[in-house]
Design a protein around this ligand. Structure first.
Ligand SMILES: C[S@@+](CC[C@H](N)C(=O)[O-])C[C@H]1O[C@@H](n2cnc3c(N)ncnc32)[C@H](O)[C@@H]1O
Length: 245
């Protein structure tokens, strides 16, 4: 199998490039390096998102679209859609989100550019987060999108304003007061925020913050988990979805 390229991206004939193989989800992926190939150099490589994360993520994004989230997004004066990925960790699902935003938002309803700010209190780049490589990937494949990873302590700082936020897996039942503050600093800065939690207890904490902020919240379980699936993770990735408007 080829490395999952953004749809529409054509494969340049392999001229002077070289390849490698990767085993993932029982599949063997061929990775090509060189001009016009999957990655320019081996230093740009990061592994594709494994199915156990990709599938619930794709299902969650289908729900987001079906709920009409993309129909009235706020843009800045230059037609830029500001997307936030707070407490993002390694952001393994980045290629799926980038593809979703590019195919569902780019060029629609005045969206000229998509600017993504991904942040975490911890620098995940040296921890297998491949932050630099993911920035390079977006720059390479999506001309109307930019991605920047940075360290932000969202307990101390309010997130910069964003039109659309994907806030996945707040650890809000562990240090509740700390995470209430973080969620407050994220949700209050976002016109539309999609928070996903592993479990119902976390969902309730998120709803409490929305209530304190006077924001409307709509909850749904990820339909991916309605059927018994062979690929789920423990705890279930993106299990509950809370749409905050
Ligand atoms: C459960 S992980 C979720 C990571 C990622 N969103 C995911 O779904 O895999 C929680 C993340 O919150 C980050 N975090 C903890 N305290 C934070 C803070 N004060 N500001 C920003 N991020 C924080 C942690 O470093 C960690 O990456």
């Amino acid at each position: 199998m080829a490395w999952p390229r953004p749809p529409g991206a054509s494969v340049a004939p392999l001229a002077g490039g070289f390849g490698a193989r990767l085993q993932l989800d029982g599949q063997s992926y061929e990775i090509r390096y060189g001009p016009g190939q999957d990655f320019e150099t081996p230093e740009d490589f990061f592994a594709p998102c494994r199915a156990a994360l990709r599938e619930p993520c794709e299902e969650m994004l289908r729900v987001v679209e079906a709920l009409g989230v993309l129909e009235s997004l706020q843009l800045d004066a230059h037609g830029t859609l500001r997307v936030a990925l707070p407490f993002c960790g390694s952001m393994q699902e980045l290629p799926i989100l980038a593809h979703f935003l590019a195919t569902r938002c780019s060029g629609r309803q005045g969206v000229a550019k998509i600017s993504i700010l991904a942040s975490d209190v911890q620098d995940w780049a040296p921890l297998g987060g491949y932050w630099k490589q993911k920035e390079t990937y977006v720059k390479r494949w999506y001309p109307h999108m930019d991605l920047k990873f940075c360290q932000l302590d969202l307990h101390a700082l309010r997130h910069p304003p964003s039109s659309l936020t994907f806030a996945f897996h707040p650890e809000c039942t562990v240090h509740r007061d700390l995470w209430r503050r973080i969620l407050h600093n994220v949700i209050s800065a976002s016109a539309v925020c999609i928070v996903c939690t592993f479990n119902d207890e976390e969902r309730k904490v998120v709803l409490g913050v929305c209530q304190d902020l006077g924001r409307q919240a709509q909850c749904q379980r990820n339909p991916y988990y309605a059927n018994s699936k062979q690929n789920g993770t423990t705890p279930p990735f993106l299990n509950f979805l809370i749409l905050v408007r």
